[in-house]
Design a protein around this ligand. Sequence first.
Ligand SMILES: Cc1ncc(COP(=O)(O)O)c(C=O)c1O
Length: 392
Amino acid sequence: MENDFDKIINRKGTNSVKWDARKAFFGSDTALPMWVADMDFDHPDSIKQALHELIDHSILGYSLPSDQLIKSIAEWQKSRHQMTISEENLLFAPGVVGALGVCVQALTSPKEGVMIHDPVYTPFSSIVEHNGRTLYRSPLLIENGQYKMDLQNIEEMFKAHSIKLFLLSNPHNPGGRVWSKEELLELTALCVTYQVVLVSDEIHSDLVYSDSTIYSPVTLDDQYKEWVVTLHSATKTFNLAGTKLAFYIVYNEEIKNKLQFIQSQTEQGGVSTFGMTATEAAFSRSEGWQKALLTYLEENRQIVMDFFDKELPDVFYMKPESTYLFWFDASILNIDSMQLKQTFVDVGDIALNDGQSYGESSGQFMRLNFACPKSVLLDGLNRIKSVFESVR
Ligand SMILES: Cc1ncc(COP(=O)(O)O)c(C=O)c1O
């Protein structure tokens, strides 16, 4: 049955990173995996059908991006994100993280500055450092229980250093924050003033809850189009990470040429036949599934918050406005940040992402992935509770 998000699917032994890399990352084969950001849900029937048809009727040779793929992306971006795009504005990549790397290589020179928020999704910092650029972190503030950009700090750093690029997680992983229109307007205006290209990673932007509205910087003012590269993919929302297809939306011809030059150095601009087929089916034929998914995830979000409010009232958490990630502060455990992850494994037999890998300011936080059947979620929450009970 489609949309049966309660169904437990055995992913063990399927080469799933989330399930089969537990021994390597956590030293345990049994820890309940609530870490890597993919979902324990089956993908929609429309995508299955499209992939079956591909296998039954096609030769799996090299592919060009199809007209249907481009149309499906353009229509999705128009209806969901008020973005007008045509074929000329699109480039493809096997993944958003790889595309972030191409942006760093194409739009900065060695040692030049790239700014990110702190905390933020781990590859943002590693990709800058691995490419020999200088990393600047702007710590996020916490206000009314949510992350907020420190725009004054960003401007001071733009003034003081040679910063060429800003990598933004929009919405924010790990905090689940959906940036306000005002914050995005101000950030993008600062980028324009100081000639910093803004890369807006919007991979989670279709996982936004009913109480929030997501904005894309390029839609806020036409002049921003010249300074913003938007990265997106259907893989997060439709649980297709293994099919490997992401895309850049870029309006500035000079920036596009620079990106294409780096892509051509490693022949990275092609499309995966499976990714293309799955993405096109996702964007053009899976709307009902996505709606049902968001309803289920919103229920799960409520379950997690209710559980923490009732069972762990002293633990601070951020209400996710988007994403299926729940970010909570484990500092009342009084455990060194290097030991936190292992404590959750050893005491609770649960695999969570640890805050210290997301930044210097979040060492005491942990990240829980709640995109799983409710029965599994309750099991995970009780494991977390057992850690707080036994360690305190
Ligand atoms: C903000 C963000 N960007 C990118 C990715 C991964 O993108 P991809 O699998 O397309 O490389 C993730 C995965 O969790 C993410 O959270």
